[in-house]
Design a protein around this ligand. Structure first.
Ligand code: PEP
Ligand code: MN
Length: 354
């Protein structure tokens, strides 16, 4: 006999189909309630994290279990339901962020002394570290002559080894402040410590939060609270959700002037220092309203890749690039292999125009 000819089987299958539809409705009703819980928590500033609640629910479900499923199987099924709920809550959470695209269609455009980041493409160039006033001025003079208005330069250098050059610190802040006034440039430097936030904010126009500090939440809050534009680098092992949440820390301080910077992530590739995650550019543009730039120097750690990566970044929709430029890369005190010289910088600008 064919199974479709067995009326008893057909009836039972009909009942199973009905139960499936019932489970589906109940699952979605549960999911709607979970989203409501999230909204209530958000409105009342209650933590999303609720340890214990999941175990309490499991214990009470299992207490009412009459079989034929064993308690272990029931736990497994409900754990999967909880996991799916958490995922949908997290997805909705990202959409609810102040910095998320879902909160408005308008792109954030950051006005830094009349230069509009997010509208006009930017090139932020300059040495890895400010080494002395002459080196900084030589780069600044060259950039200005090429109509580049944004200069970077590290004062406090977060180095992997404590024995490497750590930056000139406060002395470099003075040099950067001088560049700002003498050359009328927008200057960017990294802030690595909450204790130096005010000094850095007084000396420069844009505060950079480095890759190693993307998840330093106190620093994000303190930098955000200055009201200065923040150039936020992606942690080299951070997911895009984590990157967005780091930006949200700044935004919660009432500071929406955030530039997201993709700077390469850690992978198994050995030819480059990091791997430029080019898909992060269009993805971040979809996820957020913030301008996205690409650091093409730290991403690869090699000067021969600067031009192709910069072209790729702009083609992928970036609002600009950051690049390390040094008058004499061979003598640089940090990141010697990736900095380009002034002539190579001119080649980069010409390549970006093509
Ligand atoms: C830098 O831009 O000087 C720097 C240290 O970059 P990152 O934080 O991306 O390593
Ligand atoms: Mn560097």
């Amino acid at each position: 006999m064919k199974d479709t000819d067995c009326s008893e089987l057909v009836t039972l299958r009909g009942r199973i189909d009905q139960v499936n539809r019932g489970i589906l409705e109940l699952l979605n009703e549960r999911a709607r309630l979970v989203l409501e819980v999230q909204a209530v928590k958000e409105r009342n500033d209650i933590s999303m994290f609720c340890p214990g609640r999941e175990n309490e629910m499991l214990d009470s479900i299992v207490a009412g279990n009459k079989g034929p499923f064993s308690d272990a199987v029931i736990r497994q099924i409900f754990k999967e339901i909880f996991r799916a709920s958490l995922e949908s809550m997290q997805a909705a959470g990202i959409e609810h962020l102040k910095v998320s695209r879902a909160q408005g269609e308008q792109d954030v455009v950051i006005d830094v002394r009349g230069h509009l980041i997010g509208r006009d493409p930017v090139v932020i160039a300059g040495p890895c570290a400010i080494e002395n006033a002459a080196q900084a001025s030589e780069v600044a003079r060259h950039l200005v002559s090429r109509k580049i208005h944004f200069m970077r330069g590290g004062a406090f250098k977060p180095r992997t080894s404590p024995y490497s050059f750590q930056g000139l610190g406060v002395e470099a802040l003075g040099i950067l402040d001088g560049i700002r006034t003498d050359f009328d440039m927008v200057v960017v430097t990294e802030v690595t410590d909450t204790r130096s936030v005010d000094a850095v904010a007084a000396a420069v126009d844009i505060l950079q939060i480095g890759s190693r500090n993307m998840a330093n939440y106190e620093l994000l809050r303190a930098a955000g609270a200055t009201g200065k534009p923040i150039l936020l680098k992606r942690g080299f092992a951070a997911t895009l959700d984590e990157f967005m949440l780091a930006a949200e820390y700044v935004s919660r301080e009432g500071n929406e002037n955030i530039i997201l910077c993709e700077r390469g992530i850690r992978t198994f590739a050995r030819e480059t220092r990091y791997t430029l995650d080019i898909s992060a550019v269009p993805l971040l543009r979809q996820m957020s309203r913030l301008p996205v730039i690409v650091d093409v120097s730290h991403a690869a750690g090699r000067r021969d890749l600067v031009i192709p990566l910069a072209k790729a970044a702009m083609a992928a929709g970036a609002s600009g690039v950051m690049v390390e430029v040094h008058p004499s890369p061979a003598h640089a005190l940090s990141d010697s292999a990736q900095q380009i010289d002034l002539g190579e910088f001119d080649e980069l600008i010409a390549a970006l125009k093509r």
